[in-house]
Design a protein around this ligand. Structure first.
Ligand code: GTP
Ligand code: MG
Length: 451
C-alpha cells in the first residue's frame, strides 16, 4: 500500500540559504538514511538513540561526498507523522538539496506528494483535519492576527469548541432516547421546551462561528484591494507608498503599468492584497488592452476598490466611465496629487479622501476608511476557515432548525432525533472522521511539497 512507502522531500524553501532540510518519513527512513550517510563517529543511524543529533557526510551510492550534514532520527510514533522520520540538515543550496533528495530516491524512498507529511500525521491520528489545515494557515499567515487564529486551530482550541457543540447535541439525543418509550401524550411540555432551548443554544453557537466567515477569510487570504483609475492618476505611486517600496514602475508617461502587480500590506492586523492595475482608457495597443481588460475585471471582482482620480486636473469622460464601474459599498474614492493646486471636481460620492504620495497627506485617513470597510474584527472569536467548513456548519444549523420545527409540529419525538443525528454526522466532516478520500485529497493538494 502507498501508505507503507517511505517518502522524501526537501522541507525548506528553495534558494541560497544557510541550511536546507531533506526529510524522510516511513518505515524504511532510517535504513535508507544509513545507505547514504556516514557518521563522523562511524555509528549506524539504526543504532543511534532517538532524538540524537549526528554529524557526518551525505554520500551518493558511489561513496562520493555530496555535503556535510547533521541528521536527526525520530522513531515512530514520536514524530511529526507518527512514522520513522529522518531529517538531514545540510547546506541550503539548490544543487546540494537536489542531489541529496535524488540519492534518497536511489536508496529506496519515493517523492512525497503535496502535503503528504501532514496528511500522514492526520491519517495516523496525530491531528484532526481542522488542525491539518491549520498547518497550512500557520505557514501562510501574513499578519500576527492571522497567525494567532491559525495557532488556535492548530493547538486544537477550535476543534474543541466544535466538539463541545457536538457533545451538547449528543446529550439532547440521550435525553430524547430516554423519552422515546413514553406514549407521545405523556411527554411533558416543560421537557419539550427544555430540549428546544438546548437545540436553540447550539444553533446560536454555530451561527457565532458563521458570522465571522468573511472576516476569517480576509485574515487568512488577505482582502483583495484593486487600485483603479485612468492612466497617470498615481496608482503605482500609491502601491509603492503603501508597500514602502519601488515595486511598481512610476513615470509621467500615461500607460506605464500594463500588468497587474500584487503586494501584501498589513493594515491594523488585516492583510491587504493590493493590486496595482493598468490605467483604464481606450487604447489601440494590444498589450495594454489586455492589461486594461484585467483592470476592468478587477474593478468588479475585487473585494475593495480604491478608485483614483487626479485632483490636479479636470475630470473627463474616461474618469466618468471609471466612476460608473464602481460599486458604492466596496469602493473608496480618492482624489490624488493633493500637493498640487487642485481643481474643483464634481463627484457624486458619499466620501472623498484627498491624498498625496509626495507628502503622505491623507494616507492615514485612507487606511482608516479601509479598516472601516472591513468592519471591527474580534480576533479572539471563532473563525470558520473556508467555504467547505461554512457549508458544513450551515447544513448543521439547518438540521437543528428542522429539529425545532419538528418539536413544534408535535409529530413524535423520534423524528426530532433523526434531524439531530443528521447534524451530528456533519461534525465528522469537520474533524475528518467521516470525510471522503476525495475531499482529503483536495485539501492536501493545496499544500506545498515537503510539508
Ligand atoms: N505631485 C504629485 N505627483 C504624483 C503623485 N502621485 C503620482 N504622481 C506623479 O504622477 C505620474 C504618474 O504616476 P504613476 O504612479 O505612474 O501613475 P499610474 O496611475 O500608475 O499611471 P499608469 O501606470 O500609466 O496607469 C508620475 O510622474 C508621478 O510622479 C502625487 O501625489 N503628487
Ligand atoms: Mg501605473
Amino acid at each position: 500500500m502507498k501508505q507503507n512507502e517511505t517518502i522524501s522531500a526537501i522541507a525548506t524553501a528553495t534558494g541560497a540559504a544557510g541550511i536546507g532540510i531533506v526529510r524522510l518519513s516511513g518505515v524504511d527512513s532510517i535504513d535508507i538514511a544509513d545507505k547514504i550517510f556516514s557518521a563522523a563517529n562511524h555509528q549506524k543511524l539504526s543504532d543511534v538513540d532517538d532524538r540524537k543529533i549526528i554529524f557526518g557526510h551525505v554520500k551518493n551510492l558511489d561513496g562520493e561526498i555530496i555535503d556535510e550534514a547533521v541528521v536527526l532520527v525520530m522513531r515512530a510514533p514520536k514524530s511529526y507523522t507518527k512514522e520513522n522520520v529522518v531529517e538531514i540538515q545540510c547546506h541550503g543550496g539548490v544543487e546540494v538539496l537536489r542531489e541529496i533528495l535524488n540519492v534518497t530516491f536511489t536508496a529506496g524512498a519515493r517523492p512525497a506528494e503535496r502535503g503528504e507529511f501532514t496528511k500522514r500525521a492526520f491519517l495516523n491520528g496525530r491531528i484532526d483535519l481542522s488542525q491539518a489545515q491549520a498547518v497550512l494557515d500557520v505557514i501562510q499567515a501574513k499578519t500576527s492576527a492571522a497567525l494567532n487564529i491559525a495557532q488556535n486551530r492548530l493547538s486544537g482550541k477550535t476543534s474543541k469548541k466544535i466538539r463541545a457543540v457536538r457533545q451538547k447535541i449528543l446529550n439532547v439525543l440521550a435525553h430524547i432516547d430516554a423519552l422515546i418509550d413514553f406514549p407521545e401524550d405523556d411527554i411533558d411540555d416543560v421537557v419539550l421546551n427544555e430540549i428546544d432551548n438546548e437545540i436553540a443554544a447550539q444553533i446560536d453557537e454555530l451561527n457565532n462561528f458563521l458570522k465571522n466567515y468573511r472576516q476569517g477569510k480576509i485574515l487568512r487570504e488577505g482582502l483583495s484591494t484593486a487600485i483603479i483609475g485612468k492612466p497617470n492618476v498615481g496608482k503605482s505611486s500609491l502601491l509603492n507608498y503603501l508597500t514602502d517600496s519601488d515595486r511598481a514602475i512610476v513615470t509621467e508617461i500615461p500607460g506605464t503599468t500594463r500588468d497587474s502587480i500584487e503586494e501584501f500590506i498589513n493594515v491594523g492586523g488585516v492583510p491587504l492584497k493590493i493590486i496595482d492595475t493598468a490605467g483604464i482608457r481606450n487604447s489601440g495597443d494590444a498589450v495594454e488592452k489586455i492589461g486594461i481588460d484585467r483592470a476592468r475585471e478587477l474593478a468588479q471582482s475585487a473585494e475593495l476598490v480604491l478608485a483614483l482620480f487626479d485632483g490636479s486636473r479636470p475630470l473627463d469622460d474616461e474618469d466618468a466611465e471609471i466612476f460608473k464601474l464602481l460599486k458604492s459599498d466596496s469602493s473608496i474614492v480618492l482624489l490624488t496629487k493633493s500637493d498640487l493646486p487642485q481643481v474643483a471636481v464634481d463627484i457624486d460620492a458619499e466620501k472623498i479622501i484627498h491624498i498625496s504620495t509626495k507628502t503622505g497627506a491623507g494616507i492615514d485617513e485612507l487606511l482608516a476608511a479601509v479598516t472601516d470597510k472591513v468592519g471591527k474584527i474580534d480576533f479572539e472569536s471563532n473563525f470558520v476557515r473556508d467555504e467547505r467548513e461554512a457549508d458544513i456548519l450551515r447544513r448543521a444549523v439547518k438540521n437543528l432548525e428542522s429539529a425545532r420545527e419538528t418539536i413544534k409540529l408535535n409529530v413524535g419525538i423520534d423524528f426530532v432525533s433523526i434531524d439531530l443525528r443528521a447534524a451530528l454526522e456533519l461534525f465528522g466532516e469537520l474533524t475528518g472522521e467521516t470525510v471522503t478520500e476525495d475531499v482529503i485529497n483536495e485539501i492536501f493538494s493545496k499544500f506545498c511539497i515537503g510539508k
